[in-house]
Write a protein that binds this ligand. Sequence first.
Ligand code: ARG
Length: 407
Amino acid sequence: MAKRVVLAYSGGLDTSIAVRWIQEEWKAEVVCVAVDVGQDPDTTPDDWDTIRARAMAAGAIEANVIDARAEFASEYVVPAMQANALYEGKYPLVSALSRPLIVKHLVQAARYYEADAVAHGCTGKGNDQVRFEVGTRALAPDLEVLAPARLWGLTREDSIEYARKWDIPIAAKKGKLYSIDENLVGRAIECGEMEDPWVSPPDDVYTLTRNVADAPREPRDIVVRFEAGVPVSLDGVEMPPVELIPALGAAAGEYGFGRIDMVENRRVGIKSRETYECPGSLALILAHQDLESMTVERDLMREKARLEPRYAELVYDGLWFSPLKEALDAFVQSSQEFVTGEVRLRLEPGRCFVAGRRADHGLYDYGLATYDAADSFRHEDAEGFVRLWGLSVEMWSRRQRGLGSGA
Ligand code: ARG
């Protein structure tokens, strides 16, 4: 059994009692690591101080908060956006992207504190346990992975009682309805009445997106610039991805864009009704994909489109650190060399769409595309090309369908 454990700590009820539970049941020391991936837009350093103090009050021998926001934006969110990664065609992987980063920091802390295990607070029904455990095996196969919440069989009421018994100052209230996971690209909201897929999510579950009825009536244009596939500025103001993504999200969310209501397939075989709001990542993927249509050569674009759903599945399924994912990253990276230019997004109540684009090294050629006098296309080349293109079909028609002379 492990002697010292690094626990992925969120400050919530489950991970707080896990600190005490691991000590009591497994007689191991607990180091808490909380990773800031932009959980709450209103988070202040004070909140993290409270969270750190709570970990210590629960009995941790050490508690650290790691600000990983910039790393999360640049090394996790941006590569996934370059892959236009949408799980089952819809979900931009909000939670799935943060877990491998948390794992990376847990493993680093485990090395630093000479721990022999890492632990997480996930239950047995979700994807996050898969991401924590498979990710840890990939980075540190020698470390044990402990999942106390999968074993303890405590109801929510039991957990609150356990916290009270051990004087753990938790913020959780009885009767809390939703399970929420959030970071700087968005939020995932589960449980409560939404477990009935027929029932609409209540308005008050959303914090990043307005109701369409409350959106500004006046449309707004916002210009996103990309350099080699990396978003670098909004309306000409340069900023790093860690600022740009939430800023774009705030603009799009104000117009009520970015909500997703879907039934998705979890890795563990369960169909699950999920409610998300991710205005920033959806707007960014929209813009990015459009700029690719101007700049990426046809065959490369088609092959990339074929691989994108696979990329999203790998990330969703906890295989961020895996050989196929690494190889796909290399492919995606190589496809981004000329994805440089600007996309003008238009925001209107309830929607966000591309209203214009221009590229520094675009493959769009006005002379080839135009029907006016500037036309430079060699029309005479088309005749032979089209004839040969259709030659095999023509032979099939003549010889096998019995049409024409058979010549
Ligand atoms: N279903 C989503 C996913 O698997 C969201 C998970 C949210 N996690 C949570 N602990 N509430 O990526």
